[in-house]
Design a protein around this ligand. Structure first.
Ligand SMILES: NC(=O)C1=CN([C@@H]2O[C@H](COP(=O)(O)OP(=O)(O)OC[C@H]3O[C@@H](n4cnc5c(N)ncnc54)[C@H](OP(=O)(O)O)[C@@H]3O)[C@@H](O)[C@H]2O)C=CC1
Ligand SMILES: CC[C@](O)(C(C)=O)C(=O)O
Ligand SMILES: [Mg+2]
Ligand SMILES: [Mg+2]
Length: 337
């Protein structure tokens, strides 16, 4: 069945303009949602813990900051945009005691609801507005008069108007300019985790690093390996983004196209597909989430170790040197975009 897609004309901005919105967290998504909600005429307050590093940034942008508990008590709509691993504690300590009947609890990703780390009471709306892109791009596109496509889902419709409220919120952050697709918390969570692990982040990073290693270990210059395996990837992906894989194949040389058909399936092969299926099964069974939460409860040692290893990969040293020579490439991630 084709997905239901909503655009600007399908959403009523005045609904969210009539509500008080607390955004918990002021990071990648939090800053983007808050600033765009504010610019769309919505009353917004940011919820951050005492001593938060983000407080100064939010206040510099003219936003009012309260503690998560105060913001939740003040708001009609509470959007949870802190890291997924922090959400269950924020909910238990600060949101739940202030989540009275008739309020709405919103998420930017469904993990905590899908895996029952958060169990809201039945008398509140529970919905999701999940942009399909990084927060800094969500904000940049909004400022440019465009939007990043988003997903909306309703887990609990206590008011009978949860979908209209979610669409109104999505309009306020630019999502309906590009198109908002209706989904479920289960579908969003499982596909989002699969996409980021197997293709977009995990798959792409491993592909780039391994290609770089093969070329440099064979004695080729790291600078050339960097351009071939990382820098040019953006140019190739831009063509796919604009016109699909066929547009990219039309634009590249016949030699590259022949190599694409004959060599690509040897790199990503039946074994790779079987591993992707295993990764999906671990997501669906909750095994991945249990591993994520166990690491968080231990203070995040595995995440810290992987971060360190990633930062020390030789491609980062080469990349930094080359990007320093191409100032236009290293576009800073700005909070105000
Ligand atoms: N990153 C992205 O682009 C996308 C994220 N999402 C989803 O959006 C949600 C937010 O992700 P993301 O934007 O990456 O999050 P970030 O890691 O960028 O969030 C960091 C923010 O959360 C605050 N924070 C951390 N712990 C707490 C706490 N205990 N109480 C209150 N605030 C806290 C931090 O404050 P401090 O400065 O004090 O540490 C900071 O302001 C997640 O559900 C994620 O899956 C969905 C789509 C894309
Ligand atoms: C692709 C990673 C993502 O799912 C996103 C930017 O959409 C995330 O969780 O950050
Ligand atoms: Mg995503
Ligand atoms: Mg994600």
């Amino acid at each position: 069945m084709p997905a239901e897609v909503f655009y600007d004309d399908d959403a009523d901005l005045s609904i969210i303009q009539g509500r008080k919105v607390a955004v918990i967290g002021y990071g990648s998504q939090g800053h983007a949602h808050s600033l765009s909600l504010r610019d769309s005429g919505v009353e917004v307050v940011i919820g951050l813990k005492e001593g938060s590093k983000s407080r100064a940034k939010a206040e510099e942008q003219g936003l009012q900051v309260m503690t998560p508990a105060e913001a939740s008590a003040w708001a009609d709509v509470i959007m949870v945009l802190a890291p997924d691993t922090a959400q269950r504690t924020i909910y238990a300590e600060s949101i739940a005691p202030n989540l009275s009947a008739g309020k709405a609890l919103f998420f930017g990703h469904g993990l905590n609801i899908r895996f029952e780390l958060i169990k809201p009471p039945a008398d509140v709306d529970v919905a999701m507005v999940a942009p399909k892109g990084p927060g800094h791009l969500v904000r940049r596109q909004y400022v440019d008069g465009k939007g990043v496509p988003a997903l909306v889902a309703v887990e609990q419709d206590a008011s009978g108007n949860a979908l209209a409220l979610a669409l109104s919120y999505a309009k306020a952050i630019g999502g309906t300019r590009a198109g908002v697709i209706k989904t479920t918390f289960k579908e969003e969570t499982e596909t989002d985790l699969f996409g980021e692990q197997a293709v977009l982040c995990g798959g792409a990073s491993a592909l780039v690093q391994t290609g770089f290693e093969v070329l440099t270990e064979a004695g080729y210059a790291p600078e050339i390996a960097y351009f071939e395996c990382l820098h040019e990837l953006k140019l190739i992906v831009d063509l796919m983004y604009e016109g699909g894989i066929q547009r990219m194949r039309y634009s590249i040389s016949d030699t590259a196209e022949f190599g694409d058909y004959t060599r690509g399936p040897r790199v990503v092969n039946a074994q790779t597909k079987a591993e992707m299926q295993k990764i999906l099964a671990e997501i669906q069974s909750g095994e991945f989430t249990r591993e994520l939460i166990a690491d968080d409860e231990a203070g995040g040692p595995a995440l810290a170790k992987y971060r360190q290893q990633g930062a020390e990969h030789p491609i980062e040293v080469t990349g930094k040197k080359l990007r320093d020579m191409m100032s236009w490439v290293d576009r800073p991630i700005t909070e105000t975009a």
